[in-house]
Write a protein that binds this ligand. Structure first.
Ligand code: AHM
Ligand code: MG
Length: 319
């Protein structure tokens, strides 16, 4: 639990009690998921369930277990009207009237099988009667909890970007960095370059630019890609650079989901002085059409995101 901790104290000073209560429930859920993650190889919680989710993707055992932890935790909080999850076909009605909660219970699920970093992503939106998301300004808070060598929460409630680390002894989240700012540019990028055969020319030109042998422009960049968006973004929030999952010939809208992946991470990046774009428009300007909608994503330091937009919108030609 986070009550009585640095997280609760920070929240209590700045946000309404209902939101403190919900974020407390989210933090408690992630503390329980962390315990499952740490023991997963010992408790046969790695590997697939054999089922697929609404998006046709294989469900890992940890996806299903973490999803159930969120369902139980937010139901008990009494503050959530609808829970939308990557692992649920439809919004789950929970009866609360303050907020709707959007979650990706386990981001980077394939890493569960290889002891790689994974995370839970969450987005709190003001409740709607129909469970539909409405515009981005309904998003009231967002963040993720990464289960890496340390378990860390990156969170914003609209007043800066903050990091809390779970103390494994007290089981409480402790403030480690307040008011984090992303460097204006970085030296690394993250992308699945195994898909480059499907990239359109504008996407290819952007990465050719980053890979150029041009020390005067601080190139080439280094590639860092882990298979977990949040693990890659964590490096970028701390050290700068850009994470990209572009649209390509096989994935016309990219892979990542707007509401429980792109939007909360975009809010984090912007609160730290960074940026997030589909390449064509700011992520937080996109009006959602459906709960599981996908979106191309370019997120990180303002310099690299602006450069990606220049290529995608054909303001720059191949170097
Ligand atoms: P998931 O939520 O089902 O795990 O999917 C999202 C993940 C991201 O964390 C990661 O960056 C991306 O999918 C990796 O996809 P790919 O294997 O196509 O590179
Ligand atoms: Mg997932």
């Amino acid at each position: 639990m986070v009550s009585g901790t640095a997280l609760a104290a920070a929240l209590c000073d700045e946000v309404e009690p209902d939101l403190v209560g919900l974020l407390d429930a989210v933090a408690a859920a992630t503390e329980r998921i962390e315990a499952l993650v740490r023991r997963a190889p010992l408790t046969h919680l790695v590997g697939l369930t054999g089922g697929t989710n609404v998006q046709g993707e294989d469900v890992h055992k940890l996806d299903a277990a973490a999803n159930q932890v969120f369902v139980d935790a937010v139901r008990a909080s009494g503050r959530v009207g609808h829970l939308v999850s990557e692992e649920l076909d439809e919004p789950l009605r929970l009866g609360g009237d303050s907020f709707d909660l959007y979650v990706d219970p386990v981001d980077g699920s394939s890493n569960t099988d290889v002891n790689g970093s994974i995370a839970s992503i969450f987005s709190v939106r003001r409740a709607t009667r129909d469970g539909l998301p409405g515009p981005a300004d309904r998003q009231r808070a967002g963040g993720y909890v990464i289960y890496g060598p340390a378990t860390a929460m990156m969170i914003t409630w609209g007043a800066g970007l903050h990091e809390f680390v779970l103390d494994p002894e007290s089981r409480r989240f402790v403030l480690t960095r307040a008011g984090l700012r992303l460097p204006a540019r970085g030296r690394t990028y993250a992308v699945n370059s195994g898909r480059q055969a499907y990239w359109p020319p504008d996407v290819r030109a952007f990465f050719d630019d980053l890979n150029a042998d041009d020390p005067a422009r601080d190139r080439p960049y280094s590639l860092r890609y882990s298979g977990s968006l949040t693990a890659d973004l964590h490096r970028i929030l701390l050290e700068g650079g850009i994470y990209c999952y572009p649209a390509d010939d096989r994935a016309k809208d990219g892979k990542l989901r707007l509401l429980y992946e792109a939007c909360p991470l975009a809010l984090l990046a912007e609160q730290g002085g960074g940026a997030a774009s589909s390449g064509r428009e700011r992520i937080l300007d996109i009006l959602p059409r459906s709960i599981h909608q996908r979106v191309p994503l370019f997120i990180g330091s303002a310099t690299e995101v602006a450069l990606a937009e220049d290529y995608i919108q054909h303001r720059r030609a191949a170097p």
